[in-house]
Write a protein that binds this ligand. Structure first.
Ligand SMILES: NC(=O)c1ccc[n+]([C@@H]2O[C@H](COP(=O)([O-])OP(=O)(O)OC[C@H]3O[C@@H](n4cnc5c(N)ncnc54)[C@H](O)[C@@H]3O)[C@@H](O)[C@H]2O)c1
Length: 124
C-alpha cells in the first residue's frame, strides 16, 4: 500500500515536539514537505527530520507538493486563510487547535461549507 503523504505548515513548538516526532513513527505515513516563513527554522527542522521539500511560502507548497493531507501549525490568526487555501487545493487538513475566533463565531457555517464544497476533511 502506498504511504500517506503528509506536509506540515508552521514549524514551531507544537510541530517540533509533537506533530513531526509522531508522524515519522507511523509506518504508512511519509512527511514529504514542510513550510515556514522563518528560513533558518525551516532548514534546521527539515534537516533534523530529513524532509526533502521545503518552502517559505505555504502557497508554493500547495502548488508544488503532492501531499494527501496537511497539518497547519501556524499561529492561530493565520488558520482561516491557510486552511481554506488547503481545502481549495483539494487536500485533507488537520488544524492544530481550534480555528480563529472569527471563524468559530461570525462564520460558524464556514468550516462545514468549505469542507463540504471541497469534499475534503477538516479536523481540529
Ligand atoms: N493541539 C494542541 O495541543 C496545541 C498545542 C500547542 C499549540 N497549539 C496551536 O498550534 C499553533 C502553533 O503553536 P506553536 O506553539 O507551535 O507556535 P509557534 O509560534 O512556536 O510556531 C509557529 C510557527 O509558524 C510559523 N509561521 C507563522 N506564520 C506562518 C505562515 N504564514 N506560513 C508558514 N509558517 C508560518 C512561524 O515562523 C513559527 O515557526 C497555534 O495555533 C497553537 O494555539 C496546539
Amino acid at each position: 500500500m502506498d504511504k500517506i503523504k503528509v506536509a506540515v505548515i508552521g514549524l514551531g513548538g507544537i510541530s517540533t515536539t509533537c506533530s513531526l516526532p509522531n508522524l515519522i513513527k507511523i509506518n504508512n505515513v511519509t512527511v514529504t514537505a514542510v513550510a515556514d516563513i522563518n528560513k533558518n527554522r525551516l532548514n534546521t527542522i527539515a534537516d533534523k527530520f530529513n524532509i526533502p521539500e521545503r518552502y517559505t511560502r505555504y502557497e508554493d507548497l500547495l502548488e508544488k507538493n503532492d501531499s494527501d493531507a496537511i497539518i497547519v501549525a501556524t499561529p492561530t490568526a493565520t488558520h482561516k486563510e491557510i486552511t481554506i487555501a488547503i481545502l481549495q487545493a483539494k487536500k485533507d487538513v488537520l488544524v492544530e487547535k481550534a480555528s480563529c475566533e472569527e471563524l468559530m463565531t461570525k462564520q460558524t457555517n464556514c468550516r462545514s461549507s468549505k469542507a463540504r464544497t471541497s469534499g475534503k476533511l477538516w479536523l481540529e
